[in-house]
Design a protein around this ligand. Structure first.
Ligand SMILES: NC(=O)c1ccc[n+]([C@@H]2O[C@H](COP(=O)([O-])OP(=O)(O)OC[C@H]3O[C@@H](n4cnc5c(N)ncnc54)[C@H](OP(=O)(O)O)[C@@H]3O)[C@@H](O)[C@H]2O)c1
Length: 300
């Protein structure tokens, strides 16, 4: 088996069903395009019906696939995530790959509709809740759950790891957008660790990737006033790869037989060492805390 991975290694995905969040642009859109052009049925998630529908039209035109389904939901609203999960469950009884890709970065302090700091709400809590709502389908499908994290998970999060209280996430006085983004992306890794440990016996394979620095709207839309946002808006392009190339890491994680439960990847198919951030009880404590937040918000 080749140590490298390219589109030439893509298996035929006819008969497989894939869900991609944030598939209207950037890495999500390019993921959906690769899956669709290799025969998969793809549930293309967008924030609104209009955005998801437009992406489906564009993907149809580019791939010729008739197996594209638009689903929508605003990930900054748990009620909307619940409706999204219901729509996905209606559209398919099987999910072979759940790609948790949608994300925001570089935002000034803002709370979601449910009162959760926006990076944590969209990048982590919404995906956690979506996973929980789809848990049964994922188990019966023995699905692969691919979380799209970031190098920021290791470099910019709180020194002690993701804080374990909503008050700390929402602490406006000490807010730092780079740190909140890093925390949300570390939460993606800890989520993967927990899913791997607790759902692996049910056949779910959880994996997490760092796509590297990629020139997408994520950078251009970083609206915050910090150096981090200024870097994303103005300088990141210089170091960035193109999304159609960078997408290979999350595609590899979705389909390669080399990907085992609980593994992490970067630079397409190189192991990403996240052990320094995943020792101890952090994953279990964060999982419990997130369940508590969901219960308190009325979304158990
Ligand atoms: N680009 C990079 O350098 C880089 C580096 C490391 C990790 N990543 C990660 O890669 C993933 C994809 O990022 P990208 O660079 O492809 O970004 P992107 O081009 O900005 O795409 C982000 C996607 O997420 C969706 N999204 C954002 N907020 C949403 C919400 N509230 N509800 C529903 N959908 C929402 C966007 O839809 P709308 O158009 O409706 O906003 C869009 O489809 C993210 O998780 C990001 O953290 C990116």
């Amino acid at each position: 088996m080749s140590r490298y991975f390219s589109l030439a290694d893509m298996p035929d995905m006819t008969g497989k069903t894939v869900v991609v969040t944030g598939a209207t642009m950037g890495l999500g859109y390019h993921s959906a395009r690769v899956f669709a052009s290799h025969g998969a049925r793809v549930l293309v998630h967008g924030r609104t019906a209009e955005k998801a529908g437009k992406a489906v039209e564009q993907l149809q035109a580019e791939t010729g696939s008739e197996e594209l389904v638009a689903v929508h939901g605003d990930l900054s609203s748990l009620d909307s995530v619940k409706k999204l999960a219901n729509a996905i469950s209606k559209a398919t009884k099987r999910i072979d790959v759940l790609m948790l890709n949608a994300g925001v970065a570089g935002l000034d302090f803002e709370l979601s509709q449910d009162g959760i700091e926006m990076h944590m709400a969209v990048n982590y809590v919404a995906h956690f809740y979506l996973f929980k709502k789809l848990e049964h389908t994922l188990k019966v499908s023995k699905a692969r759950v691919v979380s799209v994290s970031s190098g920021a998970a290791a470099s910019t999060c709180h020194a002690g790891g993701v804080p374990l209280s909503l008050e700390a996430w929402n602490n406006k006085a000490e807010y730092n957008e780079l740190r909140s983004y890093g925390d949300s992306k570390l939460a993606n890794i800890l989520f993967t660790k927990y899913v791997a440990e607790h759902y692996g016996s049910a056949g779910i394979v959880a994996t997490v990737v760092d796509p590297g620095v990629v020139w997408t709207a994520l950078n251009a839309r970083a609206a915050g006033s910090s150096m981090f946002s200024m870097f994303l808006r103005n300088v990141a392009w210089f170091f960035s790869s193109k999304p159609e190339e960078a997408v290979l890491t999350q595609i590899f994680a979705s389909v390669s037989p080399r990907v085992e439960n609980g593994t992490s990847w970067q630079l397409v198919c190189l192991p990403w060492d996240v052990r320094g951030k995943t020792q101890g009880e952090g994953a279990a404590l964060l999982w419990k805390m997130t369940e508590k937040v969901l219960r308190e918000k009325g979304f158990a």
